[in-house]
Write a protein that binds this ligand. Structure first.
Ligand code: DGY
Length: 324
């Protein structure tokens, strides 16, 4: 009988990473890529020592109660709001995530979504494909300026800082930010970012970029009241997590043109999307792909694998999450 630890890979990932893991572990891989229910996931994990998850599998007390051998869950994502950290700590299960390897790629996408939204690229493309383009008009899909405008960043971790650098140094934008804690002066200077209160951030934003983690405190951090503080010409970009924005309130604000436009990569209850967001033209919608380049997704999978390997070899993960 094999003495290797048993691990579950909860979704289909790169075959070369599965093969690498198979050198260290007895691997059960979800090659069919079935989106298991919580009960099915618990059944699959019941005899496993470790798991590689992708961020959409909830690890909570009811599941942990059914998985007595489990010692580590390695998320292939930087966000880990799928972990109930208190329940994992109580059960003695470590969590790890994949920071750093996706920072620049995710910041690139944030900027792509900002530009697509401000310059109305999705609306314009649909118009062209529908055969509606008959002639040139001076105001055809006239959008908002990006260069020289005010970029407001809510959440100033690694990805927020990478977006600030792009805005300040690449597009000559005035960068404002709000965060739980203020950056060190040298980092603020390097990002050319000014710290302001949340209300001021909302009021001054030409483009508001959300890059904060999803927690109980950040649930509906942008709702009707916050949207009402924004300029009617402003755009809102969410590459962070669904649930940070109240999608129903946003759909209404977009329909009533209380803000100009939104670019959304994440949604409350995704993959479901609020039906009214699908009706309004002034929103660019993408299916949670901010970190999706081949190289970055491979780096994320490899880092999740490295966390499992290091944990079972040395007793320590490379990038554990804060378990407090
Ligand atoms: C992350 O890494 O948190 C991305 O949102 C992918 O899930």
């Amino acid at each position: 009988m094999s003495t290797k630890p048993r691990i579950l890979i909860a979704r289909r990932i790169f075959p070369e990473v599965v093969q690498r893991l198979a050198q260290h572990f007895e691997v059960q891989a979800n090659d069919e890529d079935i989106a298991w229910t919580p009960q099915e996931l618990a059944a699959q994990l019941a005899d496993k020592d470790g798991a590689l998850t992708t961020g959409s599998q909830r690890i909570d007390a009811p599941l942990l109660a059914l998985c007595p051998r489990l010692k580590i869950v390695a998320n292939m994502a930087v966000g880990y709001n799928n972990f109930d950290v208190a329940a994992m700590r109580a059960a003695g299960v470590l969590g790890s995530n994949t920071p750093d390897v996706l920072t620049e790629t995710t910041a690139d996408f944030g900027f792509a979504l900002l530009m697509a939204t401000a310059r109305r690229m999705a609306e314009a493309e649909h118009y062209l494909r529908a055969g509606l383009w008959q002639n040139w008009r001076y105001d055809m899909f006239a959008g908002a300026e990006v260069h020289g405008s005010t970029l407001a960043i809510l959440g100033m971790g690694r990805i927020g800082q990478a977006i600030a650098r792009r805005g300040a140094h690449g597009f000559g934008m005035r960068v404002l930010y709000h965060n739980r804690s203020r950056l060190a002066p040298e980092l603020e200077a390097e990002c050319r970012a000014e710290y302001v209160g949340k209300d001021e951030l909302l009021a001054r934003a030409d483009h508001l970029m959300l890059v904060l983690p999803y927690t109980q405190q950040s649930h509906h951090a942008i709702g009707a009241a916050e949207l009402a503080r924004m300029k009617p010409t402003a755009t809102l970009i969410n590459i962070a997590r669904g649930g940070i924005v109240d999608d129903a309130a946003l759909a209404q604000a977009l329909a009533e043109r209380r803000i100009a436009a939104a670019g959304l990569d994440v949604f409350e209850g995704e993959p479901a999307v609020h039906p009214e967001l699908l009706q309004v033209p002034n929103v660019v919608l993408t299916p949670h792909i901010a970190s999706a380049t081949v190289a970055t997704r491979l780096a994320m999978a490899n880092l999740a694998a490295d966390n499992l390997i290091a944990f079972f070899r040395d007793g320590q993960a490379l990038t554990p999450v804060e378990m407090t």
